[in-house]
Design a protein around this ligand. Structure first.
Ligand code: GDP
Ligand code: IMO
Ligand code: MG
Length: 441
């Protein structure tokens, strides 16, 4: 049974939640390996909508084990809230395992996220203000607190004493004299630790055992390739790696266990937060896509910036993730536009390039070179769902040509096409394309 990794191939919000929910049928384990509650993954089934920030999307499938890996930064307060919301929606009997090595997002991380953003002025990333940057900074600066520490009062007190003193000075230096109550914090985090005790484990060991038993493991990425701190539009990125390689480091299984990597991309592209965006549409078409695609942040409610599909960026994602296949979502949203543009290259300072620039200033100067393609008609959601049931051949010719163009230009097969938020609105081409990941050369 394979280990599959699902990652975002753009700036996040590609529809990873939907794809992971769809793929988790038949999976034994679904594991998150990066990010924190900056993520917002939406899944829709039987007319119910779930928005997960920390919980792996597979948690709604009976019998699927949900793992929060060591690479995730956990805000335990958010996690407990998400669990009670899940139970209120009638999902019980789930199996959740949280890595003892996962970092904890503490109250001072939230304060520092705001202060650091303010200090950056025009260079701010437009973060979700969930304390993500400061929490991952603490991980590598070795100030971090782990989920396992919440079960060890002596160790937690020692670490918190140090952190509270240092963070107090840091906030003062950044212009706010925040006071952190050591005793109160200690009590409340120990209490949350007790509430989560039964879930906190050596999840790497659990995954390795699952591998030995030939279980089917699905790795759910958060954010997207262009938000990756190594490979994205740095510094307008998040603070944990979002590329496929992070599935190994963020979960504690070896890279050679990974059989198949799927990149999720919208049929267009969006970005929430700051930073250069070559194909951004600041016109009526952009506004139309935002409304038709309900492009408002799952976590922050911010309007998402919308633009034409960018194959320069997507090709970069194919390379840095080693994508085996693509899942293309939201094809329905483009319905009703007469002509569509797809960026195939950039013009920068008079030269033409198909290589995604590392410099954000060069990227900001990039003018997309577009290929114009025919659009297709606008259909109602129920009509798209009906079309999905009839397979690729039933799609409007122009929609099929659009997909063929993307797959052809990138040299990567499209194994899933999504035509709506629900499970049924999906064309699944995996049977045709995968000979079985294990036999892949
Ligand atoms: P994620 O962060 O990658 O999981 O994506 P989000 O959940 O933040 O945003 C994707 C949004 O698009 C959600 O509201 C989904 O329900 C919705 N969605 C997913 N696939 C499709 C699709 O094919 N068509 C339409 N119209 N909506 C979709
Ligand atoms: P999912 O998993 C879209 C963006 C923020 C900001 C930058 C840094 O739902 O795709 P952070 O709070 O991480 O320090 O913010 O990253 N960002 C996302 N954008 N989808 C996400 O997650 C994101 N998580 C972070 O908007 O620009
Ligand atoms: Mg999202």
């Amino acid at each position: 049974m394979p280990v599959e990794v699902v990652v975002g191939a753009q700036w996040g919000d590609e529809g990873k939640g939907k794809v992971v929910d769809y793929y988790s049928e038949g999976a034994d384990v679904v594991a998150r390996f990066n990010g924190g509650d900056n993520a917002g993954h939406t899944i829709v089934f039987r007319d119910r909508e779930f928005k997960f920030h920390l919980l792996p999307s597979g948690i709604v499938r009976r019998g699927v084990w949900a793992v929060i890996g060591n690479g995730v930064a956990v805000n335990p307060e958010v996690l407990l809230r998400e669990l009670s919301e899940l139970e209120a929606k009638g999902i019980s009997g789930y199996r959740l395992f949280i890595s003892e090595r996962a970092q904890v997002i503490m109250p001072y991380h939230l304060v520092l996220d705001g202060l650091e953003e303010a200090a950056k002025g025009g260079m701010k990333a437009g973060t979700t203000k969930r304390g993500i940057g400061p929490a991952y900074s603490d991980k590598v600066a070795r100030f971090g607190i782990t989920m396992g520490d919440l079960l060890e009062p002596g160790l937690l007190e020692k670490k918190l004493k140090l952190a509270v003193s240092v963070k107090g000075k840091l906030t003062a230096a950044l212009g706010e004299n925040a006071r952190f109550d050591l005793k109160g914090m200690l009590e409340s985090y120990l209490e949350m630790g007790q509430k989560l005790r039964k879930h906190i484990r050596n999840t790497s060991g659990l995954l390795v055992q699952a591998l030995e038993r030939k279980k089917h493991i699905l790795m759910e990425g958060a954010q997207g390739t262009l938000l990756d701190p190594d490979h994205g539009t740095y510094p307008y990125v998040t603070s944990s790696n979002a590329v496929a390689g992070a599935a190994s480091t963020g979960s504690g299984i070896g890279p050679r266990s990974i059989d198949w990597v799927v990149g999720v991309t919208k049929a267009y592209i969006t970005r929430v937060g700051e930073g250069p965006f070559p194909t951004e549409l600041r016109d009526d078409i952009g506004r139309h896509i935002r409304e038709a695609g309900a492009e408002y942040g799952t976590t922050t409610g911010r309007p998402r910036r919308c633009g034409w599909l960018d194959l320069v960026a997507l090709s970069h994602a194919v390379d840095v993730n080693g994508l085996d296949a693509l899942a293309v979502t939201k094809l329905d949203v483009l319905g009703g536009l007469r002509r569509l543009n797809v960026a195939v290259a950039y013009k920068i300072d008079g030269g033409r390039t198909t290589s995604f620039p590392a410099s954000i200033d060069r990227l900001a100067r990039a003018e997309p070179v577009y290929r114009e393609l025919d659009g297709w008609e606008s259909l109602k959601p129920a009509e798209w769902t009906a079309l999905a049931g009839r397979g690729l051949g039933a799609l409007p010719d122009a929609a099929r040509e659009y997909l063929d163009f993307i797959g052809g230009e990138l040299g990567v097969p499209i194994e899933l096409v999504s035509l709506g938020p629900a499970r049924e609105a999906t064309i699944d081409l995996r049977g045709e394309l995968r000979e079985g990941p294990a036999q892949r050369p």
